[in-house]
Structures are given as structure tokens and as C-alpha cells.
Design a protein around this ligand. Structure first.
Ligand code: SF4
Length: 241
């Protein structure tokens, strides 16, 4: 696999992807997970197309848009597969005066630490897919043993908390999450600044919608809200359902 953060999608403006900022989003090709509900299937499954959004052209466009935007989100795919390239890109964006956020699945804690040490990433958002024991079932990771995956996720949670700003996020998926998993996700992240929970949305472009069966009842949703509301270790909570 290439080591470059090859841009496969470019969102020119957004007010929802970086809290408090008006941002652009750059999405890279390539991921080491295959979450069935992933709506970025073309990026995850590739093949990468360098000619779609050449980096120099995108940087020129971001320079032009600096009057309207304050931040850029580097997402994917999985940006920590291309750490050096992410640092290079983030450095160029910082020189233009942008804040930089990185989205990650938390599977590469040492690369995440490298990003933190670079000092050019202002904000990191990590997806907490489920509890470590069930990660393989849900995310269908490529080339991870259960032990390796557990260590990576738990270590990444601690690394994320070292960034200046951070958040954790969970997408609740019918058949994969219940009261038990949700309580244990919250126990796993422990004391955090910001946590967002949303529901899986059925879209034709997701990786494997046939793996997702059933639906959450009104009572299930209320239970999730109650569990979150009763948690006093999370400073800011956002529920998108
Ligand atoms: S971690 Fe999952 S949801 Fe995120 S890009 Fe990879 S396959 Fe998609």
C-alpha cells in the first residue's frame, strides 16, 4: 500500500466536522478495518486515484478559501496508515493558519502518538466501535489478533487524551450494540472531555448493509440515553438521535 495520504474526497466547507470551526475535509484512501456500516466504501476499498484531487491543487484551493474557513479535518479511510504524510500535510495547513483535526479508528496507537508528538494536530476524534472483545466481529480488521487489537484500542484511548482537544464517538448499530456493550464502552473510555453517540444510518453505499439486521426499539434508544445521562465522567455529551 502507498504511504501517501492520497485525497479521495474533498469537502470544501462544513460546520459539523470540527466543533466550533468552519472547516474543510480531506478524506484519504485506505483503511485497515471493514466496518459494515462504513459509508466511505469507495475510499476504503479503493483503488486510490491520485488524479482526482491532486494535493497541490487542493492546497492552492485551501489557501484561496482561508478567508472563509478556520480549520481542516484529515479523515478517511484511516489517516494513521499514512502518518508521515499526514504530518507533512498538517504542517502545510498550519503554515496557512489553519487548525487541524484528525479522525482515527484508534488501531495504530504508536502512529497516533507520533502525530501527537509532531505538535501540528490540534484536535483528534477517535471512533470507539465497541468493547475490545467484539471489535473483530464488528470492524472485520485486516491482520490483527484479538490481543493486538485490544492493546491498540486501549492504548489509543490514552494517547487521544494527550492531545490539546479530543473527542470519542460511537455509532450504535442494531445487532452489534446493546445496553451491556454501551455501559462497557463508557466504562472503557472513563473520564473524557467530549463524547458523541449516533445511530447507524442505512445507506446504499455502505460496505455491507446485509450484515446489519434488525433495529433499535424506542425503549432501546431511551435506555442508551439514560445510561449516557447518568454518566458523570463525561464533560460534554452529544446524542444524535
Ligand atoms: S474505520 Fe470503519 S468506518 Fe472508519 S473508514 Fe475504516 S471501514 Fe470506514
Amino acid at each position: 500500500m502507498t504511504k501517501d495520504f492520497i485525497i479521495g474526497s474533498f469537502v470544501t466547507d462544513s460546520v459539523i466536522d470540527y466543533p466550533g470551526e468552519v472547516c474543510a475535509g480531506l478524506f484519504c484512501y485506505g483503511c485497515n478495518f471493514r466496518c459494515p456500516y462504513c459509508f466511505n466504501a469507495p475510499l476504503v476499498l479503493g483503488p486510490p486515484d491520485r488524479s482526482k484531487y491532486p494535493r497541490d491543487e487542493v492546497l492552492k484551493e485551501l489557501k484561496r478559501r482561508k478567508r472563509f474557513l478556520t480549520a481542516v479535518v484529515l479523515s478517511g479511510g484511516e489517516p494513521t496508515l499514512f502518518t508521515d504524510s499526514v504530518i507533512e500535510l498538517a504542517t502545510a495547513l498550519k503554515e496557512m493558519g489553519y487548525k487541524v483535526k484528525v479522525d482515527t479508528n484508534g488501531s495504530r496507537s504508536s502512529q497516533l502518538f507520533k502525530l501527537k508528538e509532531s505538535g501540528v494536530i490540534d484536535y483528534v476524534a477517535m471512533d470507539i466501535k465497541t468493547i475490545p472483545l467484539f471489535y473483530s466481529n464488528l470492524t472485520m480488521p485486516l491482520n490483527f489478533s484479538q490481543d493486538k487489537l485490544t492493546i491498540e484500542i486501549l492504548t489509543s484511548i490514552e494517547v487521544v487524551k494527550m492531545f490539546p482537544e479530543y473527542e470519542f464517538r460511537t455509532t450504535l448499530v442494531p445487532g452489534f450494540h446493546n445496553e451491556y456493550t454501551f455501559r462497557n464502552i463508557l466504562a472503557m473510555i472513563d473520564k473524557v472531555k467530549r463524547y458523541t453517540v449516533q445511530l447507524y444510518e442505512e445507506k446504499p453505499s455502505v460496505i455491507a448493509s446485509h450484515d446489519i439486521k434488525g433495529f433499535f426499539s424506542v425503549q432501546d434508544l431511551q435506555k442508551f440515553r439514560d445510561i449516557l445521562n447518568s454518566n458523570s465522567l463525561i464533560e460534554k455529551k452529544y446524542v444524535n438521535f
